[in-house]
Design a binder for this molecule. Structure first.
Ligand code: GLP
Length: 241
């Protein structure tokens, strides 16, 4: 695992954007794994700048989102389908037909999750998977105790995750109880992993992920099993290493 510690959150975004840029320049039809939440925002902003100035073209690039809430209408502003369309697909000039988000409204979740796995495999697998990290060490929505071999499936959100994400909703009650997330095994299948974290609130989770034992209690520690994982941190997020 490569760990980079940078002076500012903007630098974290720029260096992570460099990695994605080099993957896409080498392979315009590359398959990206997309994360939501605040952590990757600086990366998307930097990638959008490069698309606007013509130094990067993502029109042929394909993508799969990590996760989605269960039960939110697609046009709810906090559904990850809406977030990905608004914050990623539009600003990055991607083709919406080439970007998939798990269907959180499916009436046959088992089939939906199996199809999502199949779609990733048919696309040739994920070239570079972007990841944030929850304060409890989750990646995607793989909460503590998630199996290290898990695949895309429905999960119950941890109370802490619902509380952390309540800032995006009018109240805690509006935060869904369940989600669909790529599994830890699915994430580990990506050819390259790029985890970004900013701020002291992530320092404990980062320390467990990078230096702790590999454990389902700290799902991000699964990155230690991957041959090509990079963790990019600002100084507060790295403060307990
Ligand atoms: C969210 C997402 C994760 C994200 C994490 C951290 O709930 N499902 O993919 O990485 O929690 O969020 P943030 O970056 O906003 O701190």
């Amino acid at each position: 695992m490569e760990v980079l510690i940078l002076p500012t959150p903007e630098e974290v975004g720029r260096v992570a954007a460099d990695r994605i840029t080099s993957v896409v320049r080498a392979k315009p039809g590359a398959v990206l794994g997309l994360a939501t939440g605040s952590s990757p925002q600086a990366i998307y902003a930097e990638l959008a700048r490069r698309v606007r100035d013509g130094s990067l073209d993502l029109a042929l690039t394909r993508a799969f989102a990590l996760d989605e809430y269960v039960g939110l209408p697609v046009d709810h502003p906090q559904s990850y389908a809406a977030v990905i369309a608004r914050d990623v697909v539009g600003p990055l000039g991607m083709d919406p037909q080439r970007v998939r988000v798990p269907d959180g409204l499916s009436e046959d979740v088992e089939r939906t999750t199996a199809e999502y796995e199949l779609a990733i495999a048919r696309a040739g697998g994920i070239d570079i998977q972007l990841l944030g990290i929850g304060a409890n060490g989750h990646i995607g929505f793989n909460e503590p105790t998630s199996s290290l071999a898990s695949r895309t499936r429905i999960k119950t959100l941890a109370p802490q995750t619902r509380a952390d994400n309540a800032r995006f909703f009018a109240s805690l009650d509006e935060v869904p109880m369940h989600c669909i997330t790529q599994g830890l095994g699915t994430i580990l299948d990506a050819r390259e992993l790029l985890l970004v974290a900013q701020g002291e609130g992530k320092a404990d989770a980062v320390a467990h992920a990078v230096e702790g034992p590999v454990s389902s209690m700290w799902p991000a520690s699964a990155l230690q099993l991957h041959p090509h994982a990079t963790v990019i941190l600002d100084e507060p997020a790295a403060s307990r290493l």
